[in-house]
Design a binder for this molecule. Structure first.
Ligand code: ARG
Length: 468
Protein backbone atom coordinates (compact mmCIF):
# COMPACT_ATOMS: atom_id res chain seq x y z
CA UNK A 1 0.00 0.00 0.00
CA UNK A 2 1.41 3.38 -0.93
CA UNK A 3 0.63 6.73 0.68
CA UNK A 4 -0.80 9.43 -1.55
CA UNK A 5 -4.09 10.68 -2.88
CA UNK A 6 -7.10 12.03 -1.09
CA UNK A 7 -10.43 10.50 -0.35
CA UNK A 8 -12.70 10.75 -3.41
CA UNK A 9 -15.06 12.86 -1.33
CA UNK A 10 -12.36 15.21 0.07
CA UNK A 11 -13.94 18.40 -1.40
CA UNK A 12 -15.95 19.64 1.58
CA UNK A 13 -13.39 18.51 4.18
CA UNK A 14 -10.53 20.64 5.46
CA UNK A 15 -8.30 17.77 6.66
CA UNK A 16 -7.65 14.15 5.78
CA UNK A 17 -9.66 11.45 7.56
CA UNK A 18 -8.36 10.07 10.83
CA UNK A 19 -6.62 6.66 10.65
CA UNK A 20 -8.98 5.13 13.19
CA UNK A 21 -11.95 6.21 11.08
CA UNK A 22 -10.40 4.61 8.03
CA UNK A 23 -9.55 1.35 9.71
CA UNK A 24 -13.02 1.10 11.25
CA UNK A 25 -15.03 2.06 8.19
CA UNK A 26 -13.04 0.53 5.32
CA UNK A 27 -14.42 -2.41 3.40
CA UNK A 28 -11.52 -2.87 1.00
CA UNK A 29 -10.10 -5.73 3.05
CA UNK A 30 -13.13 -7.86 2.16
CA UNK A 31 -14.80 -6.26 -0.86
CA UNK A 32 -11.70 -6.52 -3.05
CA UNK A 33 -13.04 -9.89 -4.14
CA UNK A 34 -15.66 -7.89 -6.06
CA UNK A 35 -13.07 -6.27 -8.36
CA UNK A 36 -14.16 -8.20 -11.41
CA UNK A 37 -17.86 -7.48 -10.88
CA UNK A 38 -17.19 -3.81 -10.20
CA UNK A 39 -15.21 -3.47 -13.43
CA UNK A 40 -17.87 -5.36 -15.38
CA UNK A 41 -20.58 -3.04 -14.03
CA UNK A 42 -18.44 0.04 -14.63
CA UNK A 43 -17.96 -0.92 -18.27
CA UNK A 44 -21.73 -1.31 -18.63
CA UNK A 45 -22.24 2.05 -16.91
CA UNK A 46 -19.77 3.82 -19.18
CA UNK A 47 -21.34 2.29 -22.28
CA UNK A 48 -24.68 3.47 -20.93
CA UNK A 49 -23.30 7.01 -20.63
CA UNK A 50 -22.16 6.78 -24.23
CA UNK A 51 -25.55 5.44 -25.31
CA UNK A 52 -27.21 8.44 -23.61
CA UNK A 53 -24.70 10.76 -25.27
CA UNK A 54 -23.32 11.90 -21.95
CA UNK A 55 -19.88 10.61 -22.96
CA UNK A 56 -18.35 10.71 -26.43
CA UNK A 57 -17.15 7.49 -27.98
CA UNK A 58 -13.54 8.64 -27.53
CA UNK A 59 -14.10 9.26 -23.83
CA UNK A 60 -15.88 5.94 -23.54
CA UNK A 61 -13.02 4.01 -25.17
CA UNK A 62 -10.46 5.74 -22.97
CA UNK A 63 -12.34 4.81 -19.79
CA UNK A 64 -13.14 1.27 -20.93
CA UNK A 65 -9.52 0.57 -21.83
CA UNK A 66 -8.40 1.97 -18.45
CA UNK A 67 -10.93 -0.37 -16.79
CA UNK A 68 -9.57 -3.26 -18.82
CA UNK A 69 -6.04 -2.41 -17.77
CA UNK A 70 -7.15 -2.35 -14.14
CA UNK A 71 -8.70 -5.80 -14.67
CA UNK A 72 -5.36 -7.06 -15.95
CA UNK A 73 -3.57 -5.52 -12.97
CA UNK A 74 -5.92 -7.39 -10.64
CA UNK A 75 -5.73 -10.69 -12.45
CA UNK A 76 -1.92 -10.57 -12.50
CA UNK A 77 -1.86 -9.40 -8.86
CA UNK A 78 -0.10 -6.17 -9.79
CA UNK A 79 -2.76 -3.75 -8.57
CA UNK A 80 -1.40 -1.51 -5.80
CA UNK A 81 -3.80 -0.10 -3.22
CA UNK A 82 -3.23 3.28 -1.56
CA UNK A 83 -4.08 4.42 1.92
CA UNK A 84 -7.16 6.38 0.91
CA UNK A 85 -8.80 3.47 -0.91
CA UNK A 86 -11.81 2.86 1.33
CA UNK A 87 -13.32 0.15 -0.76
CA UNK A 88 -12.87 -1.60 -4.09
CA UNK A 89 -15.00 1.03 -5.84
CA UNK A 90 -12.89 4.00 -4.77
CA UNK A 91 -9.70 2.05 -5.50
CA UNK A 92 -10.76 1.31 -9.07
CA UNK A 93 -11.99 4.84 -9.75
CA UNK A 94 -8.72 6.30 -8.42
CA UNK A 95 -6.68 3.97 -10.57
CA UNK A 96 -8.53 4.64 -13.83
CA UNK A 97 -8.04 8.36 -13.30
CA UNK A 98 -4.32 7.68 -12.83
CA UNK A 99 -4.31 5.67 -16.07
CA UNK A 100 -6.67 7.69 -18.28
CA UNK A 101 -6.15 11.15 -16.77
CA UNK A 102 -8.95 13.64 -16.29
CA UNK A 103 -11.47 11.69 -18.37
CA UNK A 104 -11.35 8.99 -15.68
CA UNK A 105 -13.19 11.46 -13.47
CA UNK A 106 -16.21 11.02 -15.73
CA UNK A 107 -16.76 7.36 -14.83
CA UNK A 108 -18.85 8.25 -11.79
CA UNK A 109 -21.24 10.48 -13.78
CA UNK A 110 -24.84 9.67 -12.86
CA UNK A 111 -23.71 7.01 -10.44
CA UNK A 112 -23.20 6.71 -6.69
CA UNK A 113 -21.33 4.14 -4.71
CA UNK A 114 -24.74 3.28 -3.30
CA UNK A 115 -26.04 1.82 -6.56
CA UNK A 116 -22.53 0.75 -7.55
CA UNK A 117 -21.82 -1.42 -4.52
CA UNK A 118 -25.17 -3.22 -4.60
CA UNK A 119 -24.80 -3.82 -8.35
CA UNK A 120 -21.40 -5.46 -7.90
CA UNK A 121 -22.66 -7.59 -5.02
CA UNK A 122 -25.71 -8.70 -7.02
CA UNK A 123 -23.53 -9.72 -9.95
CA UNK A 124 -21.32 -11.69 -7.58
CA UNK A 125 -24.28 -13.34 -5.85
CA UNK A 126 -26.05 -14.22 -9.09
CA UNK A 127 -22.93 -15.98 -10.41
CA UNK A 128 -21.71 -17.65 -7.23
CA UNK A 129 -25.09 -19.09 -6.23
CA UNK A 130 -25.06 -20.91 -9.56
CA UNK A 131 -21.65 -22.32 -8.59
CA UNK A 132 -23.19 -23.63 -5.36
CA UNK A 133 -26.14 -25.08 -7.29
CA UNK A 134 -23.81 -26.94 -9.66
CA UNK A 135 -21.71 -28.19 -6.79
CA UNK A 136 -24.84 -29.47 -5.03
CA UNK A 137 -25.84 -31.32 -8.19
CA UNK A 138 -22.46 -33.03 -7.92
CA UNK A 139 -23.24 -34.05 -4.34
CA UNK A 140 -26.65 -35.39 -5.45
CA UNK A 141 -24.84 -37.43 -8.10
CA UNK A 142 -22.47 -38.86 -5.49
CA UNK A 143 -25.35 -39.84 -3.22
CA UNK A 144 -27.34 -41.32 -6.07
CA UNK A 145 -24.45 -43.29 -7.49
CA UNK A 146 -23.69 -44.74 -4.03
CA UNK A 147 -27.40 -45.52 -3.77
CA UNK A 148 -27.37 -47.35 -7.10
CA UNK A 149 -24.25 -49.30 -6.09
CA UNK A 150 -25.96 -50.50 -2.92
CA UNK A 151 -28.96 -51.58 -4.97
CA UNK A 152 -32.71 -51.09 -5.03
CA UNK A 153 -33.79 -54.69 -5.59
CA UNK A 154 -34.36 -57.78 -3.45
CA UNK A 155 -30.64 -58.28 -2.85
CA UNK A 156 -29.99 -54.62 -2.02
CA UNK A 157 -28.24 -53.41 1.13
CA UNK A 158 -30.63 -52.39 3.89
CA UNK A 159 -30.26 -50.91 7.34
CA UNK A 160 -32.55 -49.91 10.18
CA UNK A 161 -34.48 -46.72 9.59
CA UNK A 162 -34.71 -44.71 12.80
CA UNK A 163 -37.22 -42.47 14.49
CA UNK A 164 -36.10 -40.79 17.72
CA UNK A 165 -32.78 -42.50 16.89
CA UNK A 166 -34.42 -45.79 17.95
CA UNK A 167 -34.57 -48.59 15.38
CA UNK A 168 -37.93 -48.38 13.64
CA UNK A 169 -38.24 -50.29 10.35
CA UNK A 170 -35.74 -51.61 7.81
CA UNK A 171 -35.07 -49.33 4.84
CA UNK A 172 -32.94 -49.66 1.73
CA UNK A 173 -29.56 -47.94 2.01
CA UNK A 174 -30.32 -46.52 -1.45
CA UNK A 175 -33.55 -45.02 -0.12
CA UNK A 176 -31.72 -43.47 2.84
CA UNK A 177 -28.92 -41.95 0.75
CA UNK A 178 -31.37 -40.62 -1.82
CA UNK A 179 -33.47 -39.04 0.94
CA UNK A 180 -30.61 -36.58 1.48
CA UNK A 181 -30.39 -35.97 -2.28
CA UNK A 182 -34.09 -35.03 -2.36
CA UNK A 183 -33.35 -32.33 0.25
CA UNK A 184 -30.35 -31.05 -1.71
CA UNK A 185 -32.50 -30.97 -4.84
CA UNK A 186 -34.87 -28.58 -3.04
CA UNK A 187 -31.83 -26.49 -2.11
CA UNK A 188 -30.83 -26.27 -5.78
CA UNK A 189 -34.35 -25.21 -6.73
CA UNK A 190 -34.26 -22.59 -3.96
CA UNK A 191 -30.92 -21.20 -5.18
CA UNK A 192 -32.32 -20.89 -8.69
CA UNK A 193 -35.35 -19.04 -7.30
CA UNK A 194 -33.10 -16.66 -5.40
CA UNK A 195 -31.04 -15.96 -8.50
CA UNK A 196 -34.22 -15.35 -10.44
CA UNK A 197 -35.51 -12.79 -7.93
CA UNK A 198 -32.07 -11.14 -7.73
CA UNK A 199 -32.06 -10.63 -11.48
CA UNK A 200 -33.02 -6.94 -11.23
CA UNK A 201 -30.39 -4.28 -11.91
CA UNK A 202 -30.04 -1.49 -9.31
CA UNK A 203 -27.64 0.52 -11.48
CA UNK A 204 -28.97 3.98 -12.28
CA UNK A 205 -30.64 4.48 -8.89
CA UNK A 206 -27.81 6.89 -8.03
CA UNK A 207 -27.36 7.75 -4.37
CA UNK A 208 -31.08 7.24 -3.74
CA UNK A 209 -33.23 9.26 -6.13
CA UNK A 210 -31.96 8.63 -9.64
CA UNK A 211 -30.35 11.37 -11.71
CA UNK A 212 -31.10 14.59 -13.56
CA UNK A 213 -28.94 13.28 -16.42
CA UNK A 214 -30.58 11.20 -19.17
CA UNK A 215 -29.09 7.88 -17.99
CA UNK A 216 -30.82 4.70 -19.11
CA UNK A 217 -31.07 1.99 -16.43
CA UNK A 218 -32.74 -0.40 -18.90
CA UNK A 219 -29.74 -0.16 -21.21
CA UNK A 220 -27.20 -0.95 -18.46
CA UNK A 221 -29.43 -3.71 -17.09
CA UNK A 222 -29.36 -5.35 -20.51
CA UNK A 223 -25.60 -4.85 -20.86
CA UNK A 224 -25.09 -6.75 -17.61
CA UNK A 225 -27.55 -9.49 -18.52
CA UNK A 226 -30.11 -8.58 -15.84
CA UNK A 227 -33.71 -9.45 -16.68
CA UNK A 228 -34.94 -5.92 -15.88
CA UNK A 229 -33.90 -2.67 -14.21
CA UNK A 230 -35.25 -1.51 -10.81
CA UNK A 231 -38.65 0.14 -10.61
CA UNK A 232 -37.99 2.36 -7.58
CA UNK A 233 -34.62 3.98 -6.90
CA UNK A 234 -35.02 4.09 -3.12
CA UNK A 235 -35.79 0.39 -3.03
CA UNK A 236 -32.97 -0.40 -5.46
CA UNK A 237 -30.21 0.98 -3.21
CA UNK A 238 -31.73 -0.29 0.05
CA UNK A 239 -32.66 -3.80 -1.03
CA UNK A 240 -30.52 -6.54 0.45
CA UNK A 241 -33.24 -9.19 0.23
CA UNK A 242 -31.09 -11.11 -2.21
CA UNK A 243 -28.30 -11.31 0.39
CA UNK A 244 -30.74 -12.41 3.10
CA UNK A 245 -32.20 -15.03 0.76
CA UNK A 246 -28.76 -16.24 -0.25
CA UNK A 247 -27.78 -16.50 3.42
CA UNK A 248 -30.96 -18.44 4.16
CA UNK A 249 -30.34 -20.80 1.25
CA UNK A 250 -26.77 -21.36 2.40
CA UNK A 251 -27.86 -21.80 6.03
CA UNK A 252 -30.41 -24.41 4.99
CA UNK A 253 -27.86 -26.23 2.84
CA UNK A 254 -25.60 -26.11 5.89
CA UNK A 255 -28.40 -27.50 8.03
CA UNK A 256 -28.91 -30.38 5.61
CA UNK A 257 -25.16 -31.06 5.56
CA UNK A 258 -25.17 -30.93 9.34
CA UNK A 259 -27.91 -33.54 9.64
CA UNK A 260 -26.12 -35.78 7.17
CA UNK A 261 -22.86 -35.17 9.03
CA UNK A 262 -24.41 -36.22 12.33
CA UNK A 263 -25.44 -39.55 10.78
CA UNK A 264 -21.95 -40.16 9.48
CA UNK A 265 -20.48 -39.41 12.89
CA UNK A 266 -22.75 -42.15 14.24
CA UNK A 267 -22.33 -44.56 11.33
CA UNK A 268 -18.53 -44.52 11.62
CA UNK A 269 -18.47 -45.29 15.33
CA UNK A 270 -17.53 -48.79 16.46
CA UNK A 271 -20.97 -48.97 18.06
CA UNK A 272 -22.81 -48.53 14.76
CA UNK A 273 -20.08 -49.72 12.41
CA UNK A 274 -22.16 -48.95 9.29
CA UNK A 275 -19.47 -47.11 7.32
CA UNK A 276 -15.69 -46.82 7.19
CA UNK A 277 -14.07 -43.62 5.98
CA UNK A 278 -11.29 -43.64 3.44
CA UNK A 279 -8.03 -42.61 5.12
CA UNK A 280 -7.85 -39.52 2.90
CA UNK A 281 -11.10 -38.25 4.38
CA UNK A 282 -10.50 -39.05 8.07
CA UNK A 283 -8.29 -37.51 10.73
CA UNK A 284 -6.16 -38.86 13.56
CA UNK A 285 -5.50 -37.86 17.15
CA UNK A 286 -2.35 -36.14 18.37
CA UNK A 287 -2.33 -38.30 21.51
CA UNK A 288 -4.40 -41.42 20.89
CA UNK A 289 -2.63 -43.48 18.22
CA UNK A 290 -5.61 -45.72 17.41
CA UNK A 291 -8.08 -42.92 16.62
CA UNK A 292 -9.72 -42.34 13.25
CA UNK A 293 -12.12 -39.45 13.40
CA UNK A 294 -14.88 -38.18 11.11
CA UNK A 295 -13.87 -34.51 11.35
CA UNK A 296 -15.46 -33.57 8.02
CA UNK A 297 -18.83 -34.82 9.25
CA UNK A 298 -18.37 -33.11 12.62
CA UNK A 299 -17.42 -29.79 11.06
CA UNK A 300 -20.31 -30.01 8.60
CA UNK A 301 -22.43 -30.19 11.75
CA UNK A 302 -20.42 -27.51 13.54
CA UNK A 303 -20.43 -24.95 10.72
CA UNK A 304 -24.23 -24.87 10.60
CA UNK A 305 -24.28 -22.69 13.72
CA UNK A 306 -22.14 -20.08 12.03
CA UNK A 307 -24.20 -20.13 8.84
CA UNK A 308 -27.39 -19.56 10.80
CA UNK A 309 -25.54 -16.82 12.71
CA UNK A 310 -24.62 -15.08 9.46
CA UNK A 311 -28.28 -15.03 8.41
CA UNK A 312 -29.43 -13.81 11.81
CA UNK A 313 -26.72 -11.16 11.86
CA UNK A 314 -27.73 -9.69 8.51
CA UNK A 315 -31.45 -9.67 9.31
CA UNK A 316 -30.65 -7.90 12.57
CA UNK A 317 -28.60 -5.30 10.69
CA UNK A 318 -31.41 -4.72 8.21
CA UNK A 319 -34.34 -4.56 10.57
CA UNK A 320 -33.78 -1.05 11.92
CA UNK A 321 -32.69 0.73 8.77
CA UNK A 322 -34.65 3.66 7.36
CA UNK A 323 -34.58 4.21 3.60
CA UNK A 324 -32.36 4.47 1.73
CA UNK A 325 -28.62 3.64 1.90
CA UNK A 326 -27.03 3.54 5.34
CA UNK A 327 -23.45 2.54 5.95
CA UNK A 328 -24.73 -0.37 8.00
CA UNK A 329 -25.43 -2.03 4.65
CA UNK A 330 -21.71 -2.54 4.19
CA UNK A 331 -22.17 -5.34 6.73
CA UNK A 332 -23.87 -7.39 3.98
CA UNK A 333 -20.66 -8.70 2.44
CA UNK A 334 -18.65 -10.50 5.10
CA UNK A 335 -21.43 -12.88 6.19
CA UNK A 336 -22.26 -13.63 2.55
CA UNK A 337 -18.66 -14.36 1.59
CA UNK A 338 -18.13 -16.38 4.75
CA UNK A 339 -21.26 -18.51 4.28
CA UNK A 340 -20.36 -19.08 0.65
CA UNK A 341 -16.78 -20.09 1.48
CA UNK A 342 -17.85 -22.43 4.27
CA UNK A 343 -20.65 -24.09 2.32
CA UNK A 344 -18.65 -24.64 -0.87
CA UNK A 345 -15.78 -26.17 1.13
CA UNK A 346 -18.21 -28.33 3.09
CA UNK A 347 -19.96 -29.64 -0.04
CA UNK A 348 -16.61 -30.55 -1.62
CA UNK A 349 -15.36 -32.34 1.50
CA UNK A 350 -18.63 -34.17 2.18
CA UNK A 351 -18.88 -35.25 -1.49
CA UNK A 352 -15.38 -36.71 -1.32
CA UNK A 353 -16.03 -38.36 2.03
CA UNK A 354 -19.18 -40.11 0.79
CA UNK A 355 -17.83 -41.12 -2.59
CA UNK A 356 -14.77 -42.82 -1.04
CA UNK A 357 -16.26 -44.39 2.10
CA UNK A 358 -17.12 -48.07 2.30
CA UNK A 359 -20.41 -49.34 3.65
CA UNK A 360 -20.42 -52.27 6.01
CA UNK A 361 -23.46 -54.04 4.62
CA UNK A 362 -23.29 -56.97 7.07
CA UNK A 363 -23.47 -54.70 10.10
CA UNK A 364 -26.35 -52.76 8.56
CA UNK A 365 -28.28 -55.91 7.71
CA UNK A 366 -27.65 -57.48 11.10
CA UNK A 367 -29.01 -54.39 12.86
CA UNK A 368 -32.05 -54.24 10.56
CA UNK A 369 -32.86 -57.94 10.94
CA UNK A 370 -33.54 -57.52 14.63
CA UNK A 371 -36.91 -59.28 15.05
CA UNK A 372 -38.63 -56.38 16.80
CA UNK A 373 -38.42 -54.28 13.61
CA UNK A 374 -41.15 -56.53 12.16
CA UNK A 375 -43.68 -55.40 14.79
CA UNK A 376 -45.52 -52.99 12.50
CA UNK A 377 -45.67 -55.59 9.72
CA UNK A 378 -47.33 -58.00 12.18
CA UNK A 379 -49.90 -55.37 13.15
CA UNK A 380 -50.57 -54.63 9.46
CA UNK A 381 -50.93 -58.39 8.84
CA UNK A 382 -53.75 -58.38 11.41
CA UNK A 383 -55.25 -55.29 9.79
CA UNK A 384 -55.42 -57.18 6.49
CA UNK A 385 -57.42 -59.86 8.37
CA UNK A 386 -59.90 -57.19 9.53
CA UNK A 387 -58.59 -56.24 12.99
CA UNK A 388 -58.78 -52.49 13.75
CA UNK A 389 -55.26 -51.10 13.76
CA UNK A 390 -55.37 -49.87 17.38
CA UNK A 391 -56.30 -53.35 18.58
CA UNK A 392 -53.66 -54.96 16.36
CA UNK A 393 -51.06 -52.52 17.76
CA UNK A 394 -51.92 -53.60 21.33
CA UNK A 395 -51.81 -57.32 20.48
CA UNK A 396 -48.36 -57.05 18.89
CA UNK A 397 -47.22 -54.79 21.72
CA UNK A 398 -48.14 -57.50 24.22
CA UNK A 399 -46.05 -60.08 22.32
CA UNK A 400 -43.15 -57.63 22.11
CA UNK A 401 -43.36 -57.16 25.86
CA UNK A 402 -43.07 -60.93 26.36
CA UNK A 403 -40.23 -61.19 23.85
CA UNK A 404 -38.14 -58.50 25.53
CA UNK A 405 -38.72 -60.05 28.92
CA UNK A 406 -36.51 -62.76 27.48
CA UNK A 407 -38.37 -66.09 27.57
CA UNK A 408 -38.94 -66.61 23.84
CA UNK A 409 -38.14 -64.86 20.59
CA UNK A 410 -40.85 -62.75 18.97
CA UNK A 411 -40.87 -65.16 16.03
CA UNK A 412 -41.59 -68.18 18.28
CA UNK A 413 -44.24 -66.28 20.20
CA UNK A 414 -45.96 -65.23 16.97
CA UNK A 415 -45.77 -68.74 15.47
CA UNK A 416 -47.41 -70.30 18.51
CA UNK A 417 -50.01 -67.58 19.12
CA UNK A 418 -53.52 -68.47 17.92
CA UNK A 419 -54.24 -64.94 16.64
CA UNK A 420 -51.11 -65.06 14.48
CA UNK A 421 -49.49 -68.43 13.62
CA UNK A 422 -46.82 -69.49 11.12
CA UNK A 423 -48.00 -67.32 8.24
CA UNK A 424 -47.54 -64.20 10.35
CA UNK A 425 -44.25 -65.55 11.73
CA UNK A 426 -42.88 -65.70 8.20
CA UNK A 427 -42.86 -61.90 8.27
CA UNK A 428 -39.95 -62.16 10.70
CA UNK A 429 -36.80 -63.25 8.94
CA UNK A 430 -33.59 -61.94 7.48
CA UNK A 431 -34.30 -59.50 4.66
CA UNK A 432 -38.06 -60.00 4.86
CA UNK A 433 -38.97 -56.71 6.51
CA UNK A 434 -37.46 -54.35 3.95
CA UNK A 435 -39.58 -55.96 1.21
CA UNK A 436 -42.84 -55.26 3.03
CA UNK A 437 -42.98 -51.51 2.28
CA UNK A 438 -44.64 -51.36 -1.10
CA UNK A 439 -46.67 -48.13 -1.07
CA UNK A 440 -45.78 -45.12 -3.26
CA UNK A 441 -42.54 -43.47 -2.19
CA UNK A 442 -41.94 -46.21 0.39
CA UNK A 443 -38.54 -47.67 1.29
CA UNK A 444 -38.84 -51.15 -0.23
CA UNK A 445 -37.69 -52.59 -3.59
CA UNK A 446 -41.23 -52.72 -5.00
CA UNK A 447 -41.66 -48.97 -4.67
CA UNK A 448 -38.20 -48.10 -5.96
CA UNK A 449 -38.84 -47.74 -9.67
CA UNK A 450 -41.34 -44.93 -9.23
CA UNK A 451 -38.97 -43.00 -6.97
CA UNK A 452 -36.08 -43.54 -9.38
CA UNK A 453 -38.16 -42.20 -12.27
CA UNK A 454 -39.28 -39.11 -10.35
CA UNK A 455 -35.85 -38.42 -8.90
CA UNK A 456 -34.12 -38.69 -12.26
CA UNK A 457 -36.66 -36.37 -13.88
CA UNK A 458 -36.21 -33.83 -11.09
CA UNK A 459 -32.41 -33.90 -11.36
CA UNK A 460 -32.55 -33.65 -15.16
CA UNK A 461 -34.72 -30.55 -14.93
CA UNK A 462 -32.48 -28.96 -12.28
CA UNK A 463 -29.44 -29.78 -14.37
CA UNK A 464 -30.85 -28.02 -17.41
CA UNK A 465 -31.91 -24.99 -15.32
CA UNK A 466 -28.42 -24.87 -13.76
CA UNK A 467 -26.38 -25.05 -16.92
CA UNK A 468 -27.90 -21.90 -18.44
N1 ARG B 1 -18.15 0.33 0.93
C1 ARG B 1 -19.51 0.71 0.87
C2 ARG B 1 -20.42 -0.51 0.99
O1 ARG B 1 -19.97 -1.56 0.74
C3 ARG B 1 -19.81 1.40 -0.39
C4 ARG B 1 -20.86 2.44 -0.33
C5 ARG B 1 -20.46 3.59 0.45
N2 ARG B 1 -21.37 4.63 0.25
C6 ARG B 1 -21.28 5.75 0.94
N3 ARG B 1 -22.13 6.63 0.69
N4 ARG B 1 -20.37 5.86 1.87
O2 ARG B 1 -21.56 -0.39 1.35
Amino acid sequence: MTENAQALWHGRFSVAPNDDLMSFTESLSFDQRLWNDDIFASIAHVRGLEHSKILTSIETSAIVSALEQVATEFSTEKFVFVKTDEDIHTAIERRITEIAGEVGGKVHTGRSRNDQCVTALKLWTRRELMVVAKQLLGLCDVLYSRANQSGWGDDAVYLPGYTHLQRAQPVLLAHHLTAHAWAFARDIDRLLDTVNRANVSPLGAGALAGSSLPIDPDFTAKEMGFAVAFGNSLDAVSDRDFVAEALFDLALIGTHLSRLGEEWVLWTTEEFGFATLDDRYATGSSMLPQKKNADIAELARGKAGRLIGNLTGLLTTLKGLPLAYNRDLQEDKEPLFDSYDQVTRAIAAISGMISTASFNADNMRRAADSQLLAATDLAEWLVRKGTPFRQAHAMVGALVQRAISGQQSLRDLVASDQQFGVEAASLIGDGVGVRQRTSKGASGPAAASLQIERYEALIASLRSRTSI
